[in-house]
Write a protein that binds this ligand. Structure first.
Ligand code: LLP
Length: 417
């Protein structure tokens, strides 16, 4: 469910017509619905209400401070993967005791920062990382709480670039090695083992991969406890998919029920790291058609948004629905492309679309997750503004970059010949 809908033929975000935002801030821009975000978060929290739980929003998905602050203000914690994300999370008011830190390549300075901030736990992805965390913890005089991220070797049946829980992926510690590595971690004096973690992939549209992974983790928790480990947290990662077109992923309530059925009786605090399911359908990218062009074989709609603004179609071949801001039937087939000098620069390919003309506005739907955040300045394009809507009110929560922003931090050395 989301709050982008037509009212009298005009696409609105909550009560604000997107065309009026376009007139105020120019195009392209991202627009987020506050109500969609908060209702998704509360559906997720409700799904886990029967058990002790912590919902840690995955900051990599959308790390705008206003979005983070909205979610943290409603009880969410944060799943982070870098010092930069920790900085953002703290700035947006996250409770450090609700922050979990994942990622295969944590640097010493990042580990130190997280220890000093007093985060809940590190999700450790390799034996050497545990040794490094131990050393840094010793230096700063802290005890680092850790879970080992287990790679359960389960196929999440999603795009190969976003599968993370298979043997061939770089993530986590192979389940067959888990016990050995837990015993090893126990010998480290500045580390306390408190949990088990896993994350098998993203945009997962079936329950079975989650259930299969959880069965393996459950067995591991029993084994660890029989060896005296005090396993208090079970972090099951994120990954629940959303409808981009005709997918029918499980609802948060169904997902919650399946998880609780599988592992609810372990008595662990269930940590979840949802991202896409909270923010994906809470945001759109609004753009304007610049030109139409009849190619030899195809019709092109050339617009002012490009792969630097939303890379998912180019990178994964992802489908994003395209909706005209003024409701119209889909009467043409065309490629919707951006101005970037690459043939991979498209938002939609061979798509049935409304017969948009130069100047017409449209929204790229379901762009709230991995949208703005994966943007870049490629082709020296300024990054676009982000707007947050709540009811009939709205705010620019990130300004459009300027040409000065593009060269900030660059210098031409005087000595350069
Ligand atoms: N936890 C960990 C450890 C993760 O690596 C991820 C996502 C999440 C949680 C959140 O997963 P979600 O609930 O959003 O599925 N850029 C790709 C997706 C990459 C996913 C990376 N990890 C895309 O645009 O589809």
């Amino acid at each position: 469910m989301h709050q982008f809908h037509y009212v009298d033929g005009a696409l609105h975000c909550e009560q604000v017509p997107l065309s009026s935002l376009a007139a105020e801030v120019g195009t392209p821009f991202y627009c987020y619905s506050h109500q969609t975000l908060t209702s998704h978060l509360s559906a997720f929290q409700k799904a886990f209400a029967p058990v002790d739980h912590l919902v840690c929003f995955s900051v990599k998905v959308n790390s705008n401070l206003a979005i983070l602050s909205t979610l943290f203000g409603r009880g969410a914690g944060a799943d982070i993967v870098s010092g930069g994300e920790l900085y953002r999370a703290l700035k947006a008011g996250a409770d450090p005791k609700k922050i979990v830190y994942s990622g295969v390549g944590k640097r010493e300075d990042e580990i130190r920062y997280a220890l000093q901030a007093g985060i809940l736990m590190f999700n450790v992805e390799s034996p050497l990382e545990a040794v490094t965390i131990n050393r840094v913890a010793e230096e700063v005089g802290e005890i680092a709480h850790i879970s080992l991220r287990i790679n359960p070797d389960v196929d999440p049946m999603t795009h190969p670039y976003i599968s993370t829980g298979l043997k061939k992926n770089k993530f986590g510690i192979a389940i067959d090695r888990a016990l050995v590595e837990y015993r090893e971690a126990r010998t480290l004096s500045s580390v306390r083992v408190v949990g088990v973690d896993c994350h098998i992939g993203s945009q997962i549209t079936q329950l079975s991969p989650f259930v299969d992974a959880l069965a393996k983790l459950k067995e591991l928790v029993h084994t660890l406890r029989s060896e005296g480990f005090d396993i208090r947290y079970l972090d099951i990662g994120g990954g629940l998919g959303i409808p981009y077109s005709d997918e029918t992923p499980p609802l948060p309530s169904e997902y919650g029920r399946a998880v609780i059925d599988a592992v609810g009786d372990l008595g662990c605090t269930l940590v979840t790291e949802p991202g896409r399911v909270i923010a994906g359908n809470a945001g759109v990218l609004v753009s304007r058609v610049l030109y139409t062009k009849e190619g030899e074989e195809k019709r092109f709609l050339i617009c002012d948004a490009a792969m630097n603004d939303l890379v998912r179609p180019s990178l994964y071949g992802s489908f994003h629905d395209i909706r005209p801001l003024v409701q119209a039937p889909e009467t043409i087939t065309a490629d919707l492309v951006g101005p970037i000098c690459e043939s991979t620069d498209f938002l939609a390919k061979d798509r049935r679309l409304a017969d948009l003309q130069p100047g017409d506005l449209f929204a790229v739907m379901s762009a709230g997750a991995y949208g703005f955040i994966m943007g870049s300045n490629y082709n020296s394009r300024t990054r676009v503004p982000e707007v947050l809507v709540q009811g009939d009110r709205w705010w620019v929560v990130r300004k459009r970059e300027t040409y000065e922003d593009l060269v900030r931090g660059e210098t031409i050395p005087k000595e350069l010949g």
